[in-house]
Design a protein around this ligand. Structure first.
Ligand SMILES: [Ca+2]
Ligand SMILES: [Ca+2]
Length: 159
């Protein structure tokens, strides 16, 4: 179950800056899933929308989401322990939970955002085939494409 809360500081005048179904926050628009997918299937669906999985570049970005867990774009599928966003950019800010990322069983290469009952949140690396809610992100002014291409596995993909 995913609940979206606007930041108290979000100006309502920004609502017109995103396409229908996308929610504005700062200079980006966000699309919240209504189902759960693996990390790779979520990424495929976001990319089919001309978008990407959510990344978080600023600690304040963490404060407007309320959910139990959802996929972000972070992964260390290329080099173990070297995390990148799904758009290829490096992480400039992290919010790992205590002891994370722990690469449990040598199999955790995708990043979830976990929000606790008291509203605090942290990042955790987790098995990429877990089914989670997910969030796409696109820059304001960039038009998302619809309808999405049905997600399918890409042979040889290492995610
Ligand atoms: Ca890992
Ligand atoms: Ca972990």
């Amino acid at each position: 179950m995913l609940v979206f809360l606007y930041s108290r500081t979000l100006s309502l005048s920004a609502l017109g800056d995103c396409e229908a179904g996308w929610r504005p926050y700062q200079d980006r628009c966000y699309y919240f899933s209504s189902n759960t997918k693996t990390w790779h299937d979520a990424l495929t669906e976001c990319q089919s929308k001309n978008a990407n999985l959510m990344s978080i570049s600023d600690i304040h970005d963490n404060n407007y989401l309320l959910t139990m867990s959802l996929w972000m774009g972070g992964h260390d599928s290329v080099t173990e322990g070297d995390y990148l966003w799904s758009d290829g950019s490096a992480l400039s800010h992290t919010n790992w939970g205590p002891g994370e990322p722990n690469d449990h069983a040598g199999r955790e290469n995708c990043v979830e955002l976990v929000t606790t009952q008291n509203g605090s949140s942290y990042w955790n690396d987790i098995f990429c085939d877990a089914h989670q809610d997910w969030v796409c992100m696109i820059a304001k002014g960039k038009t998302p494409t619809e309808p999405p291409v049905p997600p399918s596995a890409i042979p040889g993909n290492t995610y």
